[in-house]
Ligand binder design. Sequence first.
Ligand code: PMP
Ligand code: GLN
Length: 378
Amino acid sequence: LSSKLPWVGTTIFTVMSKLATDTGALNLSQGFPGFDCSPELVALVDQYMKTGFNQYAPMTGVPALREALARKTEQLYGVSYHPETEVTVTSGATEALFAAITAVIRPGDEAIVFEPAYDSYVPAIELNGGVPVYVTLKPPTYGVDWEEVRSKITDKTRLIVVNTPQNPIGRVWTAEDLAQLAALVHHRDIWIVSDEVYEHIRFDGRPHHSLATHPVLQERTFVCGSFGKTFHVTGWKIGYCLAPKELSVEFRKIHQYLTFSTITPVQYALADYLKNPEHYETLPAFYERKRDLFLDCLRGSRFQFQPTEGSFFQTVSYQAITDEPDYDLAIRLTKEIGVASIPVSVFYRQKNDYNILRFCFAKDDDVLREAGERLCRL
Ligand code: PMP
Ligand code: GLN
């Protein structure tokens, strides 16, 4: 069989997590919480499973969950999405991203991607015959050069993929970024897929500027979210897409043939759990403390870093320690000191020598302390 994705191997997350398991290393590589979710949420799922909520959910998601999502979005961002026609529950943000990209991209269309980019965007673009056009964000600030973005827009550009807070670099888009983007796409046939799975994980009082909050952007954006990050349940693979009606119509045509619908009892449980805003409002403080703890542990090391703005990832530069390629170093550190990380070069298509590793700090405090101690020995 000739490969449709010849340049793709097994994802780095699978590679590094497996190596961490095989070697018994502390796993700060793949992004998932090292602690359990709330027992209250588990009890709700249990209750729905035991009371007969075990058959197919409606294709678009159970009404109670769509309504809860619409209410939360209205309260947080002051934007109304109609729960019946503009909110769709998906099997993880990954499915939402794939369906949204598929809804937009036809063979030959160009899609602008800011790299370092989360790894699922480009394969989705290419499987639809699209051509990724890269705008490279460079350390240490990873700011967007809007002139560069402007210069890369052609009459074939149909899509721009945004990710805020951005995995792996933790950058949070500003109101100015939204204004710049809006000026570029206004009156053009360009759609936006905005990956906002870390919307509730941002630090130092920074607000999350959802693309839904900007009218010019909102009307052309598929906002993709995930409960995995927000409620510490990455293994449940449940997410959603918010998009204006005409966009949601096309999105749902694809969603219904990708997965059709998503696990029923979990949807009912999440609908109940979302009613208490404390369940997501406490997240910034919860993760900011973990970020600060991890950084305090790293202060005695030779790594260089800027505190991450959002997401549960911290990137660090290791230029003062070694000039090994980051992939080799990530493997070596897993084997030799028992700390697994992700080499950031894998999120760039172009080869580079930025020498950056990504650590996930969604871990128990003692794991973060132990990892910090080991990393300080380098
Ligand atoms: N987007 C980003 C930026 C992510 O980091 C992740 C994964 N953790 C996803 C999407 C996928 O989310 P899900 O697990 O809900 O499919
Ligand atoms: N989003 C997670 C990360 O960045 C991994 C998800 C996955 O393993 N596909 O680490």
